[in-house]
Design a protein around this ligand. Structure first.
Ligand SMILES: [Zn+2]
Length: 167
């Protein structure tokens, strides 16, 4: 009996993990351009699975004002990142960034996240408002990658407080 429970538990874990990786690597641009955006690096896969545990708290805050808020981009292999015009240092390539769209006002959404920082994962260290989405970056749970130095640069250069450092 216990073996059946363990087997079912293992299958649930496997299914959940691959679901997070699948959801975070699907990309219409990758499909259109024939780019294989499926990660194989175990560190990236581990980060994607971990980000899936951080995402609900962010969406929860966003959806209080924007019920249609949703994930628009997560993992990007270097080829896909170049295809979408991402920065060469983009944290999307290492599995440490999520983009959210469906927002009425990206700057207001980033500001709301800052106001609700206490309800958000401490791992979320930086939120940046873009024209069509907000970009959220995380500290590396594997502690192999330092926080993005560009995060500070964005904060300094963005007018109107549209970027938000969560500390
Ligand atoms: Zn982004």
């Amino acid at each position: 009996m216990i073996w059946w429970a363990l087997l079912i538990g293992a299958l649930v874990v496997i299914y959940t993990q691959s679901d997070a990786v699948r959801r975070y690597s699907v990309s219409l641009t990758a499909i259109a351009k024939g780019i294989n955006n499926t990660p194989t690096d175990p560190d990236i896969i581990a980060r994607l699975e971990w980000m899936a545990t951080q995402e609900p708290a962010i969406l929860s805050v966003l959806r209080e004002a924007d019920p249609l808020a949703h994930l628009t981009s997560a993992y990007r292999c270097p080829e896909l990142n170049a295809a979408v015009g991402g920065l060469a240092s983009s944290r999307h390539m290492v599995g440490l960034a999520l983009d959210f769209g469906g927002l009425a006002d990206e700057v207001a959404a980033a500001t709301r996240l800052r106001a609700n920082a206490a309800r958000l994962p401490p791992s979320l260290h930086f939120v940046y408002a873009e024209l069509t989405h907000i970009h959220a970056e995380f500290h590396d749970p594997l502690r192999k990658i330092d926080p993005n130095p560009d995060a500070t640069r964005y904060s300094e250069q963005t007018p109107g407080g549209s970027s938000v450092s969560l500390g």
